[in-house]
Design a protein around this ligand. Sequence first.
Ligand SMILES: CC(C)(COP(=O)(O)OP(=O)(O)OC[C@H]1O[C@@H](n2cnc3c(N)ncnc32)[C@H](O)[C@@H]1OP(=O)(O)O)[C@@H](O)C(=O)NCCC(=O)NCCS
Length: 194
Amino acid sequence: MSAPVAALLPLHTERLVLRQVRDSDVDAVLGYCGDADVTRYLPFGVLDREGVLARVQRWRDELDRDPADRPDDGWMLTLVVDLGGTAIGDVMLRLGGAEMRSVAEVGYVFAPSYGGRGLATEAARAMVDLAFTHLGCHRVQAQLDPRNLASARVCERLGMTHEAHLRQDWFSGGTWSDTSVFGLLRDEWSATQR
Ligand SMILES: CC(C)(COP(=O)(O)OP(=O)(O)OC[C@H]1O[C@@H](n2cnc3c(N)ncnc32)[C@H](O)[C@@H]1OP(=O)(O)O)[C@@H](O)C(=O)NCCC(=O)NCCS
């Protein structure tokens, strides 16, 4: 893993620990990634165990890769969200490659049974803070299906601005879907931290 990031993990928030995935998390990740309600607006469909193992392996491969090896490819950090020893979701920060290096995308997926308590917002806020405070990002953005109102509310709670509504810009499940783009700049984030 990128040494500077490794030294910062795990991340601690008021209620959560954001840590690297463990083999023992696979059943929990399968629990929510195998739920069609959870994956409805995600770029992948409902996952079976094989799909979850592949997803978790991608997280590990990226964690093990030094982003300096292939700087044009960007880099992705995915952490498991741990509440009292249980994996309740995962959060992701994708750093852009080449000229987009200072732009990061944040993503989050949570088990529905842990929804409605502000836990996703709390975890995503820690990732945004990591991006601005430790990874030198200038901008953090989120892209989501405009029908995903719960995700849009997370963005709003993070202080992001709804910047764009792209019409039918991606094809998935045999149909074209729209994308909402939310963005937050480093100065805006800093102002909320004072
Ligand atoms: C997107 C997703 C993570 C949002 O989950 P969520 O439970 O709505 O978000 P939070 O955990 O931040 O909880 C926020 C809710 O808890 C409430 N809440 C209760 N206690 C709270 C607290 N201490 N702090 C903040 N919010 C609190 C908020 O009012 C809010 O409710 P509201 O949305 O009705 O206003 C979840 O729906 C999900 O995993 N969806 C499937 C995957 C997905 O679509 N991911 C996004 C892809 S772009």
